[in-house]
Design a protein around this ligand. Structure first.
Ligand SMILES: *[C@@H]1O[C@H](CO)[C@@H](O)[C@H](O)[C@H]1NC(C)=O
Length: 192
């Protein structure tokens, strides 16, 4: 059985097969820069989530959702970059690519941990968060999953990067699942 993010990833990948035929290839440095910029946006969102929770800023929710949507949209458009790009053969480029990948993974760990740790606080500010956040997390994690999958495809399978990056991707999936569970279970507790 496929989980929701996996299905989203499969749908994306099947639609990207078409894009593949026409997409211009992007230099690796462009991909690495774009991934690092997704990481910066993700770190910034984590800080913002934390500030909304600690200052009990009910008015901050729309901006949380907007920032999530924006990172989602940027991720989706960056996926086009990887579609026609050949595998990275140069060892230095492989390392540069891996550093940007790890940077984004780290930001995703921190964002999801922050969402998980602040679930009860955020839901107590606005109960709608218990249904809206799982919805947002599912959509966002689907597109992240698809992009990480594509990025892993840029390293030759014989390199150690593939196993390492796949392992990190599994951890990202687990972090998203944990955040999802935190909102769903805390939300249903508060209903009682
Ligand atoms: C959330 O992020 C803030 C600021 O970056 C940090 O101080 C806090 O420890 C984080 N909380 C959790 C639960 O990870």
């Amino acid at each position: 059985m496929h989980t929701v993010p996996e299905i989203a990833a499969l749908l994306l990948l099947s639609s990207l097969t078409l894009v593949n035929l026409t997409a211009a290839t992007a230099p690796l440095s462009d991909i690495a820069n774009a991934v690092n910029s997704l990481a910066s946006e993700t770190f910034a969102l984590k800080d913002y989530v934390s500030s909304v929770a600690t200052s009990s800023n009910v008015g901050g929710f729309p901006s949380i959702y907007e920032q999530l949507d924006e990172i989602h949209d940027n991720t989706l458009s960056d996926i086009g970059f990887t579609s026609g790009t050949p595998m990275i053969q140069d060892a230095n480029d492989q390392q540069v690519g891996y550093e940007s990948y790890s940077n984004w993974v780290q930001s995703l760990f921190e964002l999801t941990d922050n969402l998980t740790g602040n679930a009860a606080a955020l839901i107590s500010l606005d109960h709608e968060v218990s249904t809206r956040m799982p919805f947002e997390i599912r959509i966002f994690s689907g597109v992240v999953n698809a992009y990480l999958f594509n990025l892993i495809g840029l390293w030759p399978t014989t390199t150690a990067y593939v196993a390492q990056a796949s392992n990190q991707k599994n951890q990202v999936d687990a972090h998203f699942q944990k955040a999802l569970d935190a909102y769903i279970s805390t939300g249903s507790l508060n209903m009682n």
